[in-house]
Design a protein around this ligand. Structure first.
Ligand SMILES: [Mn+2]
Length: 424
């Protein structure tokens, strides 16, 4: 489904007077609002190809209607999101769930929706039909060199697919680890994984990066071979300057101070970027900002401060992606909510008075430091984000527009009620 610009403009027109009042009110309080608008317009968050269908748990799956059943339809869905919010201008593919058969045609299709290809993701946590060796006991860490070779070859194949599409990074998330004490020699598993990653690293094109994603537990419940940022950092620093650590918000143990992790990884030039989601208990993959919006803001506060200290471009120098899964919501509505939550956290972080905060830190004025953060966090920045969206041709109210235009109903009409998207 494609939404015409004129249709959005008509919808926007209905809310324009209200919006203008709200925007003017907030704009008066922010000295550099133009600058903030430009940053928000430039900021794009990649949508993973596996999040466009209804997710499930190991207990069941309840697919909704009109889900995309091909890569082409997935690109169409991301295009739909992007036309509404103008902030979802990239798609991240998971191989082999979404293998581009004709890379040029897929590239052309994405270009029509103004979408870029973000990092490509390999998959050695599932066995595929016809695969010679099983990943039951790991992939890059496996004791059998045949399994490791197969997993290395798969990652190199994923790089080739990504190259054909114009991606510039490979994300490796390993489910490797052990479920019971004694199952694994930690050091040997680490060394085998490192050697395997080194083979993949050698196959990276000159302008590519490799992202090493970590996760504390699941599917292995005793040890994960890339279990935390320390282990990821060890791998990425041993691999070389093209290797970085990727932070998935749900991949930490409860109450981990993620903002501090982010700050230090950036200090060491080893932060790849993000997989955004939210969680209450573990890797819940809930809508971004639905549980802990203050934490998300604190992370963005570190990101903005750290990127500014390094002279990095907020929009392009780190990789931003949503990695969530939706059991009860319409996946597209959920992705609109997640994107909005990220933009809110980013905009609030841009409001932090960095100079005064630094002064408060120097003076050990703890109370003032907290006031500065909370004053930014408690600002309702939604009119600024809506203004940025409207300036770039999107909807003032993306979610409402999605519903008013009966987007899901239109997708069901074309695709039917019983489609199933590939993915988890
Ligand atoms: Mn992830």
């Amino acid at each position: 489904m494609q939404i015409k610009k004129e249709t959005l403009q008509e919808l926007n027109q209905q809310h324009l007077a209200d919006h203008k009042k709200q925007f003017d009110f907030i704009a008066l309080q922010i000295p550099n609002v133009e600058n903030i608008l430009q940053k928000l317009i430039a900021f794009q968050i990649a949508i993973p190809s596996w999040a466009l269908g209804t997710g499930g748990t190991r207990f069941g799956r309840f697919p909704g209607g009109g889900e995309p059943s091909s890569l082409e339809e997935k690109i169409e869905d991301v295009g739909l999101l992007h036309s509404l919010n103008q902030s979802s201008g990239a798609i991240s593919l998971h191989i082999p769930w979404d293998i581009p058969e004709d890379a040029n045609a897929i590239k052309a299709l994405a270009a029509r929706y103004n979408l870029k290809f973000d990092a490509v993701n390999s998959n050695t946590f599932q066995d595929q039909p016809g695969q010679a060796f099983s990943y039951k006991y790991g992939s890059l860490q496996h004791v059998d060199a045949n399994v490791r070779r197969q997993a290395i070859a798969h990652n190199i194949e994923v790089i080739k697919h990504g190259e054909a599409l114009g991606s510039k990074a490979l994300t490796v998330w390993l489910s490797d680890g052990s479920c019971f004490p004694g199952q694994l020699n930690f050091r040997e598993a680490f060394k085998r994984t490192l050697e395997s990653l080194q083979e993949i690293y050698k196959a990276l094109p000159a302008d590519w990066k490799i992202f090493i994603e970590y996760k504390a537990f699941e599917p292995n419940f005793y040890s994960m071979t890339v279990g935390d940022w320390g282990q990821s950092y060890l791998f990425s620093s041993k691999l070389g300057s093209k290797a970085y650590s990727l932070v998935d918000l749900g991949h930490h143990l409860p109450n981990a101070n993620i903002e501090q992790i982010v700050s230090l990884l950036m200090m060491e030039d080893k932060l790849a970027g993000f997989h955004f989601n939210d969680s209450k208990y573990g890797d819940d993959d809930l809508t971004v900002g639905s549980i802990k919006p203050y934490q998300l803001f604190l992370i963005f506060k570190e990101l903005v401060e750290g990127m500014d200290a390094k002279g990095l471009d907020h929009a392009t120098d780190l990789a931003w992606m949503i990695d969530a899964s939706h059991n009860v919501k319409d996946p597209l509505e959920d992705l609109l909510q997640s994107t909005e939550a990220i933009m809110i956290a980013y905009a609030r972080a841009l409001l932090v008075d960095a100079t005064t905060l630094q002064q408060a830190q120097q003076e050990n004025d703890v109370v003032k430091a907290q006031e500065i953060l909370q004053s930014a966090f408690l600002t309702d920045v939604r009119p600024i984000i809506a203004e940025a969206r409207m300036l770039s041709g999107g909807a003032l109210r993306p979610l409402e527009s999605f519903r008013v235009l009966n987007a899901r109903g239109e997708l069901i009409k074309v695709r039917g009620n019983k489609t199933l998207a590939t993915g988890l």
